[in-house]
Design a binder for this molecule. Sequence first.
Ligand SMILES: [Cu+2]
Length: 224
Amino acid sequence: MGRGGRLAIIGALFAVAVGLVVFTVMAFLRSSPPTVDFTAGHQAGAPVDLTLQTVGSIGTGIHPSWVSYLTQTPGGQWVHTTLWDLPAHTRINVTVHQYDGGSPLRNQQYGQVTGTIGDDAILNGKSFTVINANNGNGVAHTFAIPTLGISVPLYANNGNGNLCAVAPCPTNSPHNIVRFSFMTPGPGQYPWQCFLPCGLGYLYGNGGPMQTIGYMDGFLKVVA
Ligand SMILES: [Cu+2]
C-alpha cells in the first residue's frame, strides 16, 4: 500500500475515534433522570399526592456521596429523580420524608414558609410558618418553586440521625415528616430547587448536587 493509502486509513480511523468521543460526550450531557407521571388517570379537580424524601447521601450511582431528593411513584416505588408531570390547576399535597442533618441558615429568609395553601406547612403533625434555624437541629434543605413564590424549610434530623447509607431510606430510619400543599398553575415548565447550600465540598456549598437535576433541582412539567 502506498503512503497515500496508509494516510487515508489513518485519517479514517482518526475520524471514527473523534466521532465516538463526541457521541459519548453528547450522550452523557443529554442523559436526564426519568420523569414521574402524576397525570395518568387523573380526574379533574382531584388532588395529587406527591411524596418525596431528602437524604444526606444517595449512596449509589456516579455521585454516591451527594445529597439528594427522591420521588415516590403513584405505584409506591422510590425513584432517583426530581422531574414530575403534574396536572394543571390542581392541588398538590406534598409529603417530604426528611432524613438529612442540617445547620443554621445563612439567610434567615429561607426559614419562612411562603406560597403554600394556608401559608403554612406541617412538621411531624404540627403546623408551622417559620423555623428558627439557630435553634434545635437547624434546616437541612428547602423546597422552593421560585416562579410560584413557594418556599418551605425542611427541619433537620439531629446530627447523627442519618443512619441511612443507601437511599431510598426506610421509614424506620429517623426522619422528619413535612407536609404542605400548593396549587399548580397553567401548563408550562416550572423549575424548583433547594436554596440551602448543601453541596458539601463545593465552593460555598453551591456546586455539585445544588446544580444538578435529579439531586437538588428539578422541574414541574405542568400539563393541561
Ligand atoms: Cu439541599
